[in-house]
Design a protein around this ligand. Sequence first.
Ligand code: MV4
Length: 448
Amino acid sequence: MFSRILIANRGEIALRIIRAARELGLETVCVYSEADKDGPWLEQADSKVCIGPPPPLDSYLRIDRIIAAAETTNADAIHPGYGFLAENAEFASVCRDCHIEFIGPSPEAMGLLGDKISCRAMAKKAGTPIFPGSEGAIDDEEEAVALAESIGFPVIVKAAAGGGGRGMRVVREASELRPSIQSAAQEAATAFGNGAVYIEKFLERARHVEVQCIGDKHGNAVHLYNRDCTSQRRHQKLIEEGPAPGVPDEIRDRVCESAAELIRNAKYAGAATCEFLMDPEFNFYMLEVNTRVQVEHPVTEMITGVDIVKESIRVAAGEPLSVEQNQVSISGHAIECRINAEDPDRNFMPQAGVVEEYRIPGGLGVRVDSHVVPGYRIPSNYDSMIAKLIVHGRDRSEAIARMRSALSEFRIGPGKTTIPLHIRLLQEPQFLEVDVDIYYVERLLEQD
Ligand code: MV4
């Protein structure tokens, strides 16, 4: 096992990693930017190193400075958290070259699954269902038109290096295909330095279901069941829950096992999430794989009891997974609401500034993952998520009632937050009846 790990992140996930490291008896080093010099999580770390000014490009994305901080503090490993450098294969590779363990997949596994074209090929081999679409990158527009005709419109053009909705074009008729391929490729080349694009059948009405997986360096991989992340706005998730409600057990087991098989096939070590779209008849198709620990990982921790962050550190150190598939089971239901410092009534305008009032809810089955304390100043340079409220109940209706109670107990001010929006969404008949698709929140918000 390691003796000291460096945390290349900030906010609630930095605190989450500190907690896991401490339980494992490891020391922690936090790197931080000048904007975060008073960050409450830094008080929980054993040491801290300033790596630059507020803009992420000058601090949390500076590979050279993070490596220098790890070397000067004698850290054996680096946990990247989510965002920033978490899915950067170059960073994982530099860590390896510097004999520092990257707590996540190898650069090879990250490359294979992080590139959406190669991920589709891997999924095909593993038997994980994918949408009908192109085999490799589109290199001939003539062929692409013929393929789209055979799949049937609508199709969607996506960038191999894309994700989170960037570089996508929905194409509804043949005449639009060539211009869409060209503009998507152009956008992807500029944004990601990789202009490769592919096409897939476009699914109009779908839920977003994902499977939490984790693999070790001994060839083992398990799934920790699924989550539903359909409640989103502009690719920003608002509510996540697990297990995905209303999915028959037999379907749930098939989607989960097919995801674990993909991770096992890729010889993947670390936490991974396989994203799927599921249609109203419960057909499912893999979208992409996230090669990191996700914001919503606590949902899975609450229903399985597996500490995903601790497990990710253990497998990076070469230890085998602490659980086998037949030891993983679902207990009850969990829901997470992302509490963002944003004003939903003003187009989700970020609310930077001092949090004067901050009182968190508690009680049976209530968990708050947050770095905020009263008097904390939210910097304007980073993500606006200031807390995650996660509840566990014996079933979905108990979890919903518990979440509504906990949301109404939460006091944050004077800035606006997404709490009132969550209270509203948890009363929506569509949410309660799981009559949802990936656009339902946006449609609801358009109505007011
Ligand atoms: C799709 C799709 C429909 N059909 N692929 C959006 C982000 C990226 N993860 C993939 N995305 C989509 N891919 C096919 N073949 C619809 C989306 C999509 C979406 C997916 C998940 C969650 C929210 C979404 C919002 C808009 C579009």
